[in-house]
Design a protein. Structure first.
Lengths: 524, 248
């Protein structure tokens, strides 16, 4: 049920409040309640998902790590909801840690596995006032907010605000009060939300940190500087996600870090000859190592994320039999994470990353033989070539092809996707889009097929260890249902392959690829 | 969304006081709470200083021709809204009787609000009627105030018999003593002995207190003007027990 949305007005000084009460008091009684003080922390996901939806979440600063954390979620126009997070880590709150209720239900689809992170601590003094009708009934609420942001050891006082809060069923009074305040009262609407102002005062970007890579490239630009610009942005994404990965704040940090590294490797491979060959080769080895040391944790993260869906085929009466298996998976994940953290904190990682920064730190004037070629020409050639190789590889796949054939095609598809994501902006979107859509459909079934393959192998590998665990035998029997489900899903993905591949290679797409990226018609 | 109804066949036993104070306590605990004043006398509506008027009256509401969300009023307590009383509620029995499956009507009216509220409290008129039967079907719990007297006990037994015999999805019965005067021996005896006889009687007992009567003058729940009074503490205890019973 949509709730009326409050209006926030800017006050130039505390003295304005006297004017507000005087102005409203002429026509309606205004009563002040005792002022309140509170300390709270602004929360959002690393990538600002709540802010993107116009939502704000606050955590009360009360109690220690062993106490439940009270939360307030403001989601206009749905309203304001309270929730409580189970005692746990103070550096993040996962949706699964919230008590069941509307706040959790609203946050679940938005955050999925993303954690809410404490961003900025504020101290607020609020003065509530009630605007009443003739029966002394509150028909509009006013809240004078005086907020101080604590950042970098100092306290910054924000401009005071007046929040005008409608009361359900008294819309006309709300409109009247707002009109009075903004008309005769001369108040103006606050510039942006309080949360945005808090973030800006703390020196943070209210939009959060994006892992998107959008580098504007001119097709005529030499490939050297163009490629370095792309790689530098990818390195920024790795840097931004490294601390969250090491601290294990949520699985998305590791995911975004790995995608950025994989994209970088793909660029190095596809844009061969742009960087100085020796440096490029060393970097490829280092980046592959980073992928390898982060892989096991990510595989287990995916498996645990898919766990509820994966275990759905298990009969309800046997569901509890899977507990030892889930515990085993969680233990393996903890071990994989410890090993990964060690590597990411190691001298080797530090050196490898520093070397890579050196490679991309220049201006691109010194590079390989292709550094001076126009980036548009080079990228188009690679897109065309990778597309054609995928057509060839996919055409050779039939029902008897072994799983690695589909896996290789998927890897090639990822390379094409990265080329399109990183360099596709140089061509008109309407030409690139059909190819991206066809590729996405194909990658979806290939990804599905491959994920099932990995998960079956991962779960089968746990068999001997599971058998010796208490309750392991029952767990193994229940695991049979899980493996059956995965095999059925994999068969389904395989059955969809032919149709998706036909879509990807349809004549109109082939023509579009040739016309857009072919040697004689580029950059039209 | 849970639904609790303050109900008793008898009038003047503290139903409205309980409904108003429990609703205020629920909202104070952060639960999004709606109080529906079903009594045409409109006492709960009066206590929140809201006009006892529902656009289209009982007829439109019951027939599903009024959008219930548009009839709600916010109270002076944040998180607590009211669906006001209307004098036309005196004919609600007749209106219900003219509909298909009359006892399911209240549930149907509340359904669109299921995501908007954690708790709905129905403040019911006295008597046993089609309105009461609709309440029994809609409610997860019946909160039954009971004056410690022999006749009250008899009425409580009648209610138990009726619910057991006629209601398929039986609400939990949460009975509590109301208007208790511990200077009276009969009150003391019944309050001490009856919980052993009837499982549904909770420990909280609301005293006969001037503060409860003052609610009419103050036009506010006790928590707003006498939060430390014995009666306010008794309602707080009753709320805790009710909350536990409702699993909120």
């Amino acid at each position: 049920m949509p709730q009326p949305v409050p209006v926030e007005l800017a006050l130039s000084s505390d003295a304005d409040m006297e004017g507000v009460t005087r102005l409203l008091g002429r026509s309606m009684p205004v009563h002040a309640a005792p002022p309140r003080s509170c300390e709270r922390i602004l929360l959002d996901s690393f990538d600002g998902r709540l802010r993107e939806r116009g939502w704000t979440a606050w955590r009360d600063v009360r109690g220690g790590a062993s106490s439940p954390a009270p939360l307030t979620l403001e989601c206009p126009p749905e309203g304001r909801f309270s929730g409580t997070a189970r005692p746990g880590r103070r550096d993040r709150i996962l949706v699964s840690e919230l008590t069941d209720g509307p706040a959790r239900r609203l946050l679940e689809p938005v955050l999925d596995e993303r954690a809410l992170l404490p961003l900025v601590r504020v101290r607020a003094r609020t003065q509530p006032l009630s605007v009443c009708n003739r029966d002394a009934k509150t028909v509009v609420r006013l809240v004078h907010e005086d907020t101080r942001v604590t950042a970098g050891g100092t306290e910054i006082r924000l401009a005071p605000r007046l929040r005008v809060v409608p009361v359900l069923g008294y819309d006309r009074d709300f409109a009247r009060v707002t009109a009075l305040l903004t008309g005769r009262g001369g108040l103006t609407r606050a510039d942006g939300s309080l949360a945005d102002e808090v973030m800006t005062a703390a020196g943070l970007d209210p939009r959060g940190v994006s892992s998107e890579v959008r580098v504007r490239l001119d097709p005529a630009m030499p490939a050297g500087p163009a490629m370095l610009a792309v790689c530098r942005r990818l390195a920024e994404v790795v840097d931004a996600n490294l601390a969250g990965t090491i601290d294990d704040l949520d699985p998305e940090f590791l995911h975004d870090l790995r995608v950025a590294v994989r994209r970088t490797r793909s660029v190095l491979k596809e844009m061969r000859g742009v960087l100085e060959p020796g440096a490029a080769q060393r970097s490829r080895v280092d980046l592959r190592w980073i992928q390898e040391v982060t892989g096991p944790t990510r595989d287990l993260d995916v498996l645990l994320h898919d766990w509820p869906a994966m275990t759905a085929p298990v009969p309800a009466g046997m569901a509890a039999d899977l507990d030892p298996l889930e515990q085993l998976l969680r233990r393996h994940r903890a071990e994989a994470y410890s090993a990964m953290r060690r590597q990411l904190r190691s001298r080797r990682f530090g050196q490898a990353w520093e070397d890579w920064r050196q490679v991309i730190g220049g201006d691109g004037s010194v590079g390989g033989p292709a550094a001076g070629h126009p980036v548009g020409e080079l990228a188009a050639g690679r897109i065309l070539s990778v597309y054609r190789s995928m057509v060839k590889m996919g055409s050779a796949i039939d029902d008897s092809s072994p799983p690695p054939a589909l896996h290789d095609l998927r890897k090639r598809g990822k390379e094409l996707r990265y080329l399109l994501e990183l360099f596709g902006g140089m061509w008109p979107a309407k030409r690139v889009k059909p190819l991206v859509a066809g590729l996405k459909g194909l990658q979806e079934v290939l990804g599905h097929f491959q994920d099932d393959e990995i998960q079956v192998a991962e779960l089968r590998g746990l068999g001997p260890e599971l058998a010796s665990a208490p309750g392991g035998t029952d767990s193994l029997i229940a695991l049979g249902f899980v493996l059956d489900g995965l095999s059925a899903s994999q068969r389904q993905a395989r059955a969809s392959f032919a149709a998706r591949f036909a879509d990807f290679t349809r004549p109109s797409t082939r023509d579009a690829v040739r016309d857009t990226f072919g040697p004689t018609r580029r950059h039209r | 969304m849970k639904v609790a109804a303050t109900y008793n066949i008898k009038g003047g036993v503290g139903k409205t006081s309980a409904a108003v104070n429990l609703a205020a306590l629920a909202a104070g605990d952060g639960l999004r709470t709606l109080l529906w004043d079903l009594d045409p006398q409109g006492s709960a509506t009066f206590l929140f200083r809201i006009r006892p008027k529902v656009r289209g009256g009982a007829a439109k509401l019951v027939r599903g021709r009024s959008e219930v969300a548009g009839l709600l009023k916010g109270t002076d307590i944040e998180g607590l809204d009211l669906l006001p009383s209307d004098f036309s509620y005196r004919h609600m029995d007749l209106v219900l009787d003219a509909t298909k499956r009359p006892t399911a009507r209240l549930t149907r009216i509340l359904t669109p609000l299921a995501d908007a509220y954690d708790l709905v409290i129905l403040d019911c008129p006295p008597s046993i009627s089609l309105v009461s039967e609709s309440v029994f079907e809609a409610a997860d719990a019946l909160l039954v105030p009971m004056i410690p007297s022999v006749l009250s006990v008899r009425t409580f037994e009648q209610l138990l018999e009726f619910v057991n015999a006629n209601v398929v999805a039986r609400p939990e019965i949460v009975a509590f003593f109301s208007m208790v005067d511990r200077r009276k021996r009969l009150h003391r005896d019944l309050v001490d002995q009856l919980p052993a006889v009837y499982a549904g009687i909770v420990a909280a007992a609301i005293p006969a207190a001037a503060d409860v009567e003052r609610m009419g003058g103050q036009r506010e729940p006790l928590q707003m003007f006498a939060p430390r009074s014995a009666a306010a503490r008794a309602y707080a205890r009753l709320w805790q027990e009710t909350r536990d019973r409702l699993g909120l």
